[in-house]
Design a protein around this ligand. Structure first.
Ligand code: ATP
Ligand code: ZN
Length: 225
């Protein structure tokens, strides 16, 4: 469990969610000294520390109580949750709010030259993805027997490189798929960033601070609608 008496929030250090996370904290009135390339940024006006890490580490940090709160894509949350469930380690969190940034879909795609294909084409195929747990669960639900290849980057070049027949990757506009000669198929997960909390958090001061921030968060969301 976190032994600091300051509320610890994990956000992505350098990536697609970073700017939105920083803007959100600012809108909530949390003043941060983010000048240095440090792992931890201390708030100057609230008992809050912000940990800046890789997005993949955020769910685990919150599940293990190293951080009290975290902002992460549902795609990463669901993947880590499934992996930890399989390993029998704590995987639950309280989802406090869905956020209005970081929208993307996890979708299947295959080489354009194959033309239109339906789900049954995936039978016996090899699919490259960064999300093997989510993909495996989907394949099971659909009754498709296909193998997965885990790649943490450059998934979209896997078919061309002969590493896989197809891919299952994050898409927002579809431009990357198109640029790599791939056709987009079924969406297997839709995702937004979300705010998660350690489910065992009991510190009264931290809970009071979260209770103070939540109405502000709802206010920020409503103001944008
Ligand atoms: P890190 O170095 O932190 O591991 P990363 O390369 O895994 O970073 P990013 O590409 O920065 O991750 O994406 C972070 C999150 O942004 C994704 O997990 C997803 O929730 C969201 N996202 C929104 N749109 C997209 C997109 N088009 N492609 C990838 N991720 C997207
Ligand atoms: Zn990542």
């Amino acid at each position: 469990m976190s032994n600091s008496n300051r509320l610890r929030i994990a956000i992505q250090k350098g990536g697609r969610l970073s700017k939105d996370c920083q803007d959100l904290l600012k809108q909530l009135g949390v003043k941060l000294n983010l000048r240095e390339q440090r792992l931890i940024a201390h708030s100057t006006n609230m008992p809050i520390d912000v940990l800046r890490v890789r997005d993949d580490d955020i769910p685990g940090l919150v599940m293990d109580g190293v951080c009290d709160l975290g902002i992460v894509g549902e795609n990463v949350l669901v993947e880590v949750q499934a992996e930890r469930e399989r390993q029998g380690v704590p995987s639950e969190v309280n989802k406090l709010s869905k956020l209005d940034f970081g929208y993307c879909r996890l979708a299947l795609a295959w080489p354009q030259e194959l033309g239109a294909r339906d789900k049954s084409w995936f039978e016996g195929k090899r699919i490259a993805t960064t999300y093997p747990e989510i993909l495996t669960q989907w394949l099971k639900r659909e009754g498709i027997n296909a193998s997965t290849v885990m790649l943490t980057g450059s998934v979209e070049v896997a078919p061309r490189a002969g590493l896989s027949d197809a891919i299952c990757d994050l898409v927002s506009t579809g431009a990357t798929l198109e640029a790599n000669g791939l056709i987009q198929g079924d969406t297997i997960l839709e995702s937004n960033a979300c705010l998660i909390q350690n489910k065992d958090l009991q510190d009264a001061d931290k809970l009071a601070l979260i209770n103070k921030l939540m109405p502000r968060l709802r206010g920020v969301r409503q103001a944008k609608e």
